[in-house]
Design a protein around this ligand. Structure first.
Ligand SMILES: CC(C)(COP(=O)(O)OP(=O)(O)OC[C@H]1O[C@@H](n2cnc3c(N)ncnc32)[C@H](O)[C@@H]1OP(=O)(O)O)[C@@H](O)C(=O)NCCC(=O)NCCS
Length: 164
């Protein structure tokens, strides 16, 4: 048996809701900050579901806002585990939106978030391991590894340029 009834950790999760008038920016579109909050929420839900523990965000990278979201749109956020480390895990998040009166959705954003699982003492805790099962999984894991390498390079460059 697979799925929620199997007791196995779920690798992916989708959250859906309507963009409300309170989420709007001065340009009349949904505020980038609101989208970032939803991204963090779906990422956290996925990370906590996979690890079975409380998790904290340590990095959010590669965030692209590809298209605007309108008030009244049905917003869909999909989160997927794409790499596990010792105590950290990478979650890819895709954001989609559509007018609820129309069937076609638009991909409006994407990013990768790194979470760390914490034990009750607030220390990093081991995470259940995920292994890629097909070529797409392998490509996603390679993408996460490559992003981590680029992250390190950016940190080094920042140190070199700014001395911190
Ligand atoms: C999470 C925290 C306790 C980890 O402490 P730490 O001293 O960095 O722990 P470690 O150095 O052992 O790193 C733990 C893991 O996190 C990863 N990690 C830490 N910082 C990272 C970063 N900026 N980017 C990517 N990965 C990171 C490490 O690579 C390691 O992964 P691994 O165990 O899979 O190899 C600490 O960084 C923290 O409290 N950060 C603030 C989190 C927070 O407040 N988030 C916002 C609100 S949720």
């Amino acid at each position: 048996m697979t799925g929620p009834e199997s007791g196995e950790p779920k690798r992916s999760i989708t959250l859906r809701f309507l963009a409300e008038p309170g989420d709007v920016n001065f340009g009349g579109k949904v505020h980038g900050g609101a989208v970032m909050k939803w991204i963090d929420q779906v990422g956290y839900t996925c990370a906590a579901g996979w690890t079975g523990t409380y998790c904290v965000t340590v990095y959010l990278g590669g965030l692209h806002f590809l298209a605007p979201i309108h008030v009244g749109d049905l917003v869909e956020l999909q989160a997927l585990v794409i790499r596990t480390g010792k105590t950290s895990l990478d979650i890819a998040v895709d954001v989609y939106a559509r007018d609820p009166k129309h069937p076609v959705r638009r991909r409006t954003g994407h990013c990768v978030i790194v979470f760390v699982a914490l034990n009750p003492a607030g220390k990093p805790a081991p995470v259940p391991q995920w292994r890629p099962e097909d070529e797409l999984d392998q490509a996603l894991e390679r993408y996460a590894v490559r992003l981590a390498e680029l992250r390190k390079q950016m940190d080094l460059e920042m140190e070199r340029q700014l001395g911190r």
